[in-house]
Structure formats: C-alpha cells, structure tokens
Design a protein around this ligand. Structure first.
Ligand code: NIG
Ligand code: FE
Length: 408
C-alpha cells in the first residue's frame, strides 16, 4: 500500500484557493482559481500538492497510488450546511393549500406546520427514522454533497428530541468518513401546544435536555427558530449563554418573517452562522460584515413559500461571508439538492461564479466550524466532489441534472 493518492489529469480542478485566502468575502470571478489539466496528491488526512499535471512533483511519483480522471471536473466537497432531514410524514397537502392561497404562518397557527410534522415524526420508531435518514443521505451524497448538517427539532418532547439526536449520531457513525454529518440540537424549533409559553418549554425541555446531551458529547451545535410566534430574543439569549458555558457552537434561524435583530444577536454571541435573513436590515448586514458569523441564505425556502428573497447582493458587497444551503425539510422547502437551489438562486442573487461556488463549499464549511476544508489547497482535508462534465460551467448550467459522480 502506497501512503498517498494522486488523482490526475482532471479537465479542470476548481480550487477556490484565492477565495480561501480572502476568507470567502469580496470575491471576484477569478477567485475560483481554476487549474486546467489539474492533479492533486493527498494523504488520508491532508492535501499535499495541487497543480497542473505537467508540473507533477517527481517526489510523489513512487509514493502515490495513481488514478486518472480525463474529461472530469474536481471541486472542493459540496457542503449542505442547513437541513432538517430526520422527519416522518409529509406536508404535500400544505403545499397545495399555499398554492390555493393559504399562508405558511396561518397554516402553522391552525395546527399545521412544524407541529404537524411533530406528529408524523412521533409515529415513527428510532429504527424507522434511522432507515429513512440513510436513504435521504445516500440520495444527497449522490448529488456530490459530502458534508451534511442535520438538525433535530421534530420530536419536541424531552424523550423524542433525545431519541432524534441519538438517531443523528447513529447516522453520523454509519456514514463516517465518506459523508461527514454535523449534529445540531434544535429542540427550540416550535413550542408544543401543552406549554403556556416559549420560556416554559425552554426551561422544562430545551435547556435541561441540551445540557444532558452535551455532556454525552452527542451535539456539535445548537440552533433556535428566533421568530415571532416561536422563540424570542430572551429564549435565544438563554440558549446561547448555556451553549457558551457548555462549549457548544451556536446557530440561529433569524429575521425570516420580521427583522427581529436576530442576526445582530447571533453576531454578538459569535454564532457560527445565522440563517434565512430575508428581512435583515442594514444594521444586521453591518454586524455580519464585521463578524466571523456566516450568513446562510436559504433561497429554496423563499421559492417554496412564495416569499421574497434575502438581499444577497447587499450582503456580498458589504463583505459578509455568505453560504447557501437547502433547508431541506417537509414544510418550508421540500428540496434536498443544495446544488440545484444555488444554481437557480445565483442569477436572482446576482452572484458571480466564485461567490456561487464558495457559498456551497468554503463558506458552507465555515458555517459548520469546519475550517480545514472548502478548497482544494495544500494542508486542507482531502474532501472533494467529482463531476462527469468537461468544464465547471456545465455543472450549474444544467439545473437539476444529475452530473455528479459523488464525493471522493
Ligand atoms: O428552516 N424555520 C424553521 N424551520 C424550518 C421550517 C420547518 C417546517 O416548516 O417544518 C425552516 O424553514
Ligand atoms: Fe431551517
């Protein structure tokens, strides 16, 4: 067995090396940093060399196992940094109700929405949820996505939320290292009917369970739906304070239906990301531009709900680090393909090609705290996506076509 692998002769390697140096902000088209006829050498833990094949270093000739990829394209591994893929049942009927004029928030108030999926999820055993999760993750991986964040949040009782976090942990172990899963605890997703207030649910379920699961090392990050009729700034503050004490990364769903200053709160708590941000005002954009917190935009949700979109160009022009994710869930965006979502959204967001690719690789990895991936650059983790196309432009041009050969 040779210690290294050499993947050689790709038609193009999209490295994003310049985007990496710019921390994923203020990107120009040339920051994709393409290599024609490119090759890469790596050990199991890191990339050792990347460059044009005619400069292949002789020192790696003998020590590497060589594989050849003529006519293919290599990119940094695609990351879906926001999904809710462990759920039971579906909400197809609510989609049609919305087409016929109903509103997402009205449906939720009438007992649909997240609480509807809570019932569908509670009807399934941990094994059933695990098996559904396996199928969903395999499908997502077939699109070329190798890192997936999964949020709990459809159990909404102490027992069921614990069970779902354990199901996500089992999925994580089942798929590692080929697919890397980030386990995000989001019991603060909706307030079940039996609680008189969001605070009561936080105090009785979310905070004690968070502490228990964190002590078992099951959780990578915590998230909350910081939104009118769901959880307010006091709930978010309490959760983030607790997370800091436990050493757990913070994330939030913020400013989706109202500008509740959620992005500002997330930045103040050095959250890894704050997501949705349709209504974020100029003060929120400025806070993000000056923070490490990634702004994760979820364009599929705006399309699916028939709502407006985040002001992506304002974020990008002011130097915010922008990621795009699928938000795959049964209610507000039943689409599991982040590449499709980003390809459709980029023209509407007026993103250049470097911004588009960084949003689903480099910046999406940073939204999960994964600073050691997201570019094909020396010393980063060897996590790649492979495409059966001649050039990088063909990938996003062919909306929704299955052109990936998976992750390698
Ligand atoms: O990110 N906003 C909160 N959670 C999901 C929606 C979940 C649902 O409707 O089931 C979201 O859009
Ligand atoms: Fe979400």
């Amino acid at each position: 067995m040779k210690p290294y692998k050499a993947y050689r002769n790709f038609n193009q390697v999209l490295t994003l090396n310049k985007a990496l140096k710019k921390d994923g902000r203020h990107l120009e088209p040339s920051d994709v940093d393409l290599i024609e006829q490119g090759s890469v050498v790596f050990s199991p833990s890191k990339i050792l060399w990347v460059g044009p094949d005619n400069e292949f270093p002789s020192e790696y000739e003998e020590s590497s196992e060589h594989h050849y990829f003529e006519g293919k394209v290599l990119t940094p591994e695609i990351v879906d940094c926001h999904t809710h893929l462990v759920f039971g049942g579906n909400r197809a009927q609510e989609y049609s109700m919305r087409l016929n004029g109903a509103d997402y928030q009205e449906i939720a108030k009438a007992g649909g929405g997240i609480l509807n999926t809570m019932k569908g999820t509670q009807n399934l055993s941990p094994d059933e949820l695990f098996n559904i999760g396996v199928k969903r993750i395999e499908r997502i991986n077939s699109y070329g996505v190798g890192t997936i964040e999964i949020k709990s949040g459809y159990g909404l009782t102490f027992e069921k939320e614990m069970e779902i976090t354990k199901v996500i942990d089992k999925l994580k172990k089942h798929f590692a290292p080929k697919v890397q899963i980030i386990n995000t605890f989001m019991a603060a997703h909706a307030v079940p009917k039996q609680f008189e207030s969001s605070k009561a649910y936080m105090d009785q379920v979310v905070l004690p369970l968070f502490e228990e699961l964190a002590s078992k090392n099951l959780i990578d990050a915590v998230d909350i739906f910081h939104e009118k009729n769901y959880f307010d700034e006091h709930d978010t503050e309490a959760l983030f304070q607790k997370a800091k004490g436990l050493g757990i990364n913070r994330k939030s769903h913020a400013d989706e239906f109202y500008d509740n200053k959620g992005a500002i709160l997330a930045c103040r708590h050095e959250a890894l990301s704050t997501d949705h941000l349709l209504m974020t005002g100029q003060d929120g954009i400025e806070a993000l531009a000056g923070a490490k917190t990634v702004a994760t935009l979820l364009p599929g949700t705006g399309f699916f709900l028939g709502k407006s979109q985040a002001k992506a160009r304002n974020f990008l022009d002011q130097g915010v680090k922008v990621a795009i994710a699928s938000d795959y869930n049964p209610g507000s965006c039943h689409c599991d393909n982040v590449l499709l979502v980003a390809s459709i959204a980029a023209p509407a967001y007026k993103m250049n090609v470097a911004e588009l690719w960084a949003s689903i690789t480099l910046n999406a990895a940073h939204a999960l705290g994964l600073k050691n991936q997201g570019a094909v650059a020396t010393s980063l983790s060897p996590r790649f996506s492979l495409f059966d196309v001649e050039d990088i432009n063909s990938i996003t041009y062919n909306w929704g076509r299955q052109l990936s050969l998976g992750t390698i």
